[in-house]
Design a protein around this ligand. Structure first.
Ligand code: PLP
Ligand code: COI
Length: 356
C-alpha cells in the first residue's frame, strides 16, 4: 500500500482556527480547515506532496490557468461514524474521474493510489474539522491547475495539485426548483462536458442567473444539438421515477459528468430489486408524465447536494409542482441509507467507504 511507503510531510498550523467556527451556522464552502495539501508538477513529474497550513497563494499574472482555463477539480466527503472511525466515500472513484479530466484537459494524471493517500492524509491531519452533526460532513476539494508563466497557447508544463477541506451541511438547504433549459447549452458532443473542469461551471453561470431571476435554483440541461433530451442539472445528476422505476440519462455521451453519487444510487437501488433505466430521457416523456400526474418523483444527486428533491419543475410556460416529500418513499430511503452507510449506522455491504 502506498500509505506504507509514502510518509507525507506535515507542517502544522501554529494556531487552529477551530475555536472561531460557528458550528450552528455553517455556510457551504466558506469555512476552511487549518491545512491544505500541495503537490507540484515540474520537469515531467509530480513532486513530493506536503501538508501545509492553509494560506493564500501568490501567482504570477501570466499564469496560464487564469488565461486559458486548464483547471479541474473534484469533490468528495469525509464523515465520522458513531464509533469514531473516519470514512471517505469512494475516493478511488474521484481519483479515476480526476484522471479522465486530466486526459481531456491535457494535464498530467495523478496515480489513483497517490490521490487517495493525499486525501486520506489531509483528512487525518484535519480530522477535528469533521462536523458531529446529522447531515454535515467534511467536504474535500482537490484541484489541479496550470502554472506556466507564459501567454502562448499550449498545454502548461507545470501544474499545482492541491486539496483543501470545508466543514459543510447540504449544498441546498431546501427542495430545489429547476427549469428545463432549451436554449443555452452546458456541453456539446466532443466538448468538455464529461470533464470536471472550471469552464463548464463558468459557462453555466449566465443561464443559471436568468433562471434564478425567475425563482429557480438551477437548470435542467438538455442536449446541445436538439434540446430534446435531458442531461443533468447544474451541480448534480438527475433521476426521475415513473411507474415505480427510476430513470436517468445514460452517460454514453461525453456531455454528462459521470457522477459518483449517481453510480452509488444505481448500485444501491438495484441491490433492493428496484429497476433503473439508464438511457436517453426525453423532455417530452418527463413533461407528459408531469402533466398526467405520473411523475412520481424527481431528484438531483451529487456529492455536495446529496439527494436534492425537486419541488417545482418549469418547462416553457408551465410549472409542475411535484409530490410532497413524504410521498416519495424511494428517494427518501436512498437519502437515508446513503447517509447511514457514510456514518457507519448501516453496514457498508457494497464496500464504498475507506477508513482513514
Ligand atoms: N454533475 C455536475 C455538473 C456536478 O458538478 C456534479 C458534482 O460533482 C455532479 C453531476 C455529481 O457528481 P458526484 O456525484 O460525483 O458529486
Ligand atoms: C460536488 O458535488 O462536489 C460539486 O462539485 C458541486 C459543486 C460545484 C458545489
Amino acid at each position: 500500500m502506498i500509505k506504507d511507503i509514502l510518509d507525507i510531510k506535515v507542517t502544522r498550523a501554529v494556531e487552529s482556527k477551530l475555536p472561531q467556527v460557528d458550528w450552528e451556522n455553517l455556510p457551504f464552502g466558506k469555512v476552511f480547515s487549518d491545512h491544505m495539501l500541495v503537490m507540484d508538477y515540474k520537469d515531467g513529474a509530480w513532486q513530493t506532496p506536503e501538508v501545509l497550513p492553509f494560506t493564500n497563494l501568490s501567482l504570477h499574472p501570466a499564469v496560464s490557468v487564469i488565461h486559458y482555463g486548464q483547471s479541474i477539480f473534484e469533490g468528495l466527503k469525509a464523515n465520522r461514524t458513531e464509533s469514531g472511525d473516519i470514512f471517505l466515500f469512494r475516493p478511488d472513484m474521484n481519483g479515476r474521474r480526476l484522471q479522465e479530466s486530466c486526459e481531456r484537459m491535457c494535464m498530467p494524471e495523478i496515480p489513483v493510489d497517490l490521490f487517495v493517500e493525499c486525501t486520506r492524509k489531509l483528512v487525518e491531519v484535519d480530522q477535528n474539522w469533521i462536523p458531529n452533526k446529522k447531515g454535515y460532513s467534511l467536504y474535500i476539494r482537490p484541484i489541479i491547475f496550470a502554472t506556466d508563466e507564459y501567454i502562448g497557447i499550449r498545454p502548461s508544463e507545470t501544474y499545482k495539485f492541491m486539496i483543501f477541506t470545508c466543514p459543510v451541511g447540504a449544498y441546498y438547504s431546501e427542495p430545489v426548483n429547476v427549469k428545463i433549459e432549451e436554449y443555452y447549452t452546458r456541453a456539446a458532443a466532443g466538448g468538455v462536458g464529461r470533464a470536471k473542469t472550471a469552464g463548464n461551471y463558468a459557462a453555466s453561470l449566465y443561464p443559471a442567473k436568468l433562471a434564478q431571476e425567475q425563482g429557480y435554483h438551477q437548470l435542467i440541461w438538455t442536449d446541445a444539438s436538439t434540446h430534446e433530451y435531458i442531461e443533468e442539472s447544474g451541480t448534480m445528476n438527475i433521476m426521475f421515477q415513473i411507474g415505480g422505476k427510476l430513470i436517468t440519462p445514460s452517460e454514453d455521451s461525453d456531455t454528462i459528468l459521470r457522477g459518483i453519487t449517481k453510480r452509488s444510487v444505481i448500485e444501491l437501488v438495484q441491490s433492493w430489486g428496484i429497476e433503473v433505466e439508464e438511457r436517453k430521457v426525453s423532455v417530452k416523456e418527463i413533461v407528459e408524465a408531469a402533466r398526467s400526474g405520473k411523475l412520481e418523483d424527481a431528484f438531483g444527486i451529487g456529492t455536495a447536494a446529496t439527494i436534492a428533491h425537486i419541488a417545482k419543475m418549469g418547462y416553457r410556460d408551465e410549472v409542475f409542482h411535484l409530490k410532497p416529500l413524504e410521498e416519495r418513499p424511494i428517494s427518501n430511503s436512498i437519502k437515508e441509507t446513503l447517509n447511514d452507510i457514510k456514518l457507519g449506522i448501516k453496514p457498508d455491504t457494497l464496500n464504498w467507504c475507506l477508513k482513514v
